[in-house]
Design a protein around this ligand. Structure first.
Ligand code: MN
Length: 240
């Protein structure tokens, strides 16, 4: 039992269709279940203002969502690129930079991991089906979102391995983009059997990104709650 309940800031991206900010309740539920206090952060217009948010937060969670603008990693948009909302990219990139500079633990999910990689100098494959024709089917729709659909092999001695404690896990998969060049200073902590990167991390800085959606799996497959427990426990102990 934690002596205090750390506050985990969760980015809530702009959702133009509903004229609101929207993030799945599963993230906040998983953070609360892991012992943290979820705090939704609207991806507001002034990305620099994230510096004022940081003192309120003990840890940060960047959720899934649409595609990252390829201009942020020096590419022109390909045919397979999906929806891009630049203001969300800018907000989350600034939040990640500020959180890392303030030594806050960070968990990034799906698009979140892609934003993490781009923020710190990595690149993405814009569309797996058209650019990696031999790859697995990583966009597994329609399925029950809690169902695992492919295997993921974990690196021993990684921050990720501390969560699952085994060489192979089964995960869901709802992404048509993936990492290409990994950001300098980060290491790959898991891959799918086709070589697609499924997790990256900076272990000393307690930063982890996963390509699957653990928040959807925590009830049917409780081992996935461990990612949120790791974030909450790390956030209860300030870094330096
Ligand atoms: Mn996948």
């Amino acid at each position: 039992m934690l002596a205090n309940k750390p506050v985990i800031g969760i980015s809530a991206p702009l959702h133009p269709e509903s004229r609101g900010y929207r993030v799945s309740h599963c993230y906040a539920d998983a953070v609360a279940e892991a012992g943290g206090i979820p705090l939704l952060l609207p991806a507001a217009d002034s990305p620099e203002d994230v510096n004022y948010l940081l003192p309120l937060l003990d840890g940060v969670l960047i959720p899934g969502g649409p595609d990252v603008d390829p201009l942020f990693y020096g590419e022109e948009p390909r045919q397979g690129l999906g929806l891009v909302i630049r203001s969300n990219d800018l907000f989350e990139m600034n939040l990640l930079k500020a959180a890392r500079a303030a030594h806050k633990p960070i968990l990034c999910v799906c698009r979140g991991m892609q934003v993490l990689n781009v923020t710190f100098g990595g690149t993405l494959i814009q569309d797996i089906p058209s650019q990696l024709p031999g790859a697995l089917r990583h966009m597994q729709i329609p399925v029950d979102r809690a169902d695992p659909t492919h295997s993921v092999d974990l690196e021993k001695n990684s921050y990720l391995y501390e969560v699952y404690g085994k060489d192979t896990i089964r995960t869901n998969s709802f992404h048509h983009q993936c990492l290409e060049k990994v950001a300098p200073g980060f290491s790959v902590s898991a891959k799918a059997r086709d070589g697609v990167i499924e997790a990256i991390e900076q272990k000393e800085e307690r930063i982890l990104g996963v390509q699957w959606h653990p928040e959807e799996m925590v009830h049917a497959h409780p081992e996935h709650l461990g990612l949120f427990q790791q974030l909450v426990e790390a956030s209860a102990h300030p870094g330096s």
